[in-house]
Design a protein around this ligand. Structure first.
Ligand SMILES: Nc1ncnc2c1ncn2[C@@H]1O[C@H](COP(=O)(O)OP(=O)(O)O)[C@@H](O)[C@H]1O
Ligand SMILES: [Mg+2]
Length: 400
């Protein structure tokens, strides 16, 4: 049970370091159907000879300033905390710091500390010795050890359980880790870059996050603006993602205006998703204002416009009933209120599977919208984080 879970959550680490001995290599992309949001990091970001320029698109004053900060901080080993809204590019910045630093050829190891259940997090970060707990069938190096001489990216630190914060602080102070069930101290030399979409100040005030840990992590803070605060980057990002998708597609001036005017609550990630959708729907075309409006419309209106899953056609009986009622209503001079289409036809339904399917779809969408940040996905679904993790386990879903 434990080892299966450990293997599952191993996948929450999105890239970078090799896989620990004893674990299978990552599957070939085509070999295992992965959820769409697992394709977060595309080959474009993995090309050899990465540079700040190829990773960070945008020439706004804000982005130029960020690039300058990245170059400065890459020269030293100071801990960096990147703050900014979901989808604003925190992980991209972490990678840029890594490739630009003297550690660039060593592993970049990313751990989403918010998405790993607390009972697994310690072993994930620090490793464990064989037999140290039920399920610890073999010795395993932790993420700290894997990131040795490289960079360890701790994502969503704002969601880290309090007791882990204490342990992490000790590791950062002593620069050694102790595996779960281990005796010796293992020296590690990893540069720590962390990120959070949360207001850490509030978390510190409410004593959910240790101030001493934050000061140690945030020797050098970088705050990323939302995309709406640097709209001038939109055209360049649009062209970048069109080119990255290898698509023949262009936006005319009116369409680009619509893109610039959009508020982008999901930031660069949302923009990339819109472009991905555009390359499928409008392949080979010039996107105009009307098409841009359709791409940017809220989900409901997109459905109404006929994009997205086909709606179940009305049966003849339903149509007859509706015409009749409309007829009646017009004769009575009133508007018929919108009644939802009946779910039950003449065939019996399997309620349990239907509801389970629906739950699966909602969770998948929420995780994608939240970029695999479980706490955020839980918020979107009005669930407790632990309840969502439980449901994800039930459905075999992974965070990122
Ligand atoms: N400045 C940028 N230039 C190019 N791509 C970017 C930029 N910022 C973000 N992205 C892309 O947007 C998506 C979300 O970025 P990510 O770093 O995962 O955001 P966050 O960690 O803040 O949620 C990724 O696909 C990333 O490659
Ligand atoms: Mg992220």
């Amino acid at each position: 049970m434990f080892s299966t879970q450990a293997q599952d959550f191993r996948d929450t680490v999105r890239d970078g370091g090799g896989f620990a001995p004893g674990f299978p290599p990552p599957p070939h992309p085509a070999a295992e159907p992965r959820l769409a949001f697992a394709a977060e990091h595309r080959p474009a970001v993995r090309e050899p000879r990465l540079s700040i320029e190829s990773l960070l698109i945008g020439d706004s004053v804000a982005m130029r300033e960020v690039r300058h900060l990245v170059r400065q901080v890459a020269r030293c080993d100071a801990s960096v905390v990147i703050t900014g809204p979901t989808g604003s590019g925190k992980e991209v910045i972490a990678r840029a710091i890594h490739v630009e630093s003297h550690r660039g050829a060593a592993p970049f190891v990313a751990v989403n500390t918010g998405a790993i259940p607390r009972d697994l997090l310690e072993s994930e970060l620090f490793g464990h010795e064989k037999g140290s707990f039920t399920g610890a069938i073999s010795q395993r190096r932790g993420r700290f050890e894997e990131a040795d001489t490289g960079t360890l990216f701790l994502d969503e630190i704002g969601d880290m359980p309090f007791d882990m914060q204490v342990k992490l602080l000790r590791v950062l102070e002593e620069r050694t880790v102790q595996r779960v069930g281990g005796r010796g101290q293992i020296a590690v030399d990893a540069r720590i870059v962390s990120a959070t979409h949360r207001d850490i100040d509030a978390a510190i005030e409410e004593q959910r996050f240790r101030a001493d840990l934050f000061y140690r992590l945030a020797v050098f803070p970088i705050d990323l603006p939302s995309l709406a605060e640097r709209r001038e980057d939109v055209p360049q990002l649009v062209r970048h993602f069109v080119a990255a998708a290898n698509a023949k597609l262009s936006f005319n001036a009116a369409a680009m205006e619509r893109m610039i005017a959009h508020d982008w609550p999901g930031n660069v990630r949302e923009l990339r998703n819109v472009i991905d959708r555009a390359t499928i729907i409008f392949a080979g075309q010039v996107v105009g204002a009307e098409q841009a409006d359709m791409l940017l419309a809220p989900r409901g209106r997109r459905l109404a416009a006929g994009v997205g899953p086909a709606q179940r056609p009305e049966s003849e009986g339903q149509r007859d009933a509706r015409t009749l009622l409309n007829d009646l209503a017009s004769r009575l001079g009133s508007e018929l209120p919108e009644t939802p289409a009946p779910l039950l036809g003449t065939e019996p339904v399997d309620l349990r599977t239907t509801v389970a399917d629906l739950e699966h779809r909602y969770i998948t969408e929420a995780l994608r919208a939240a970029d695999g940040v479980v706490a955020e996905a839980a918020r979107l679904l009005s669930l407790q984080r632990t309840t969502l993790i439980e449901k994800m386990r039930k459905h075999g879903l992974k965070a990122a």
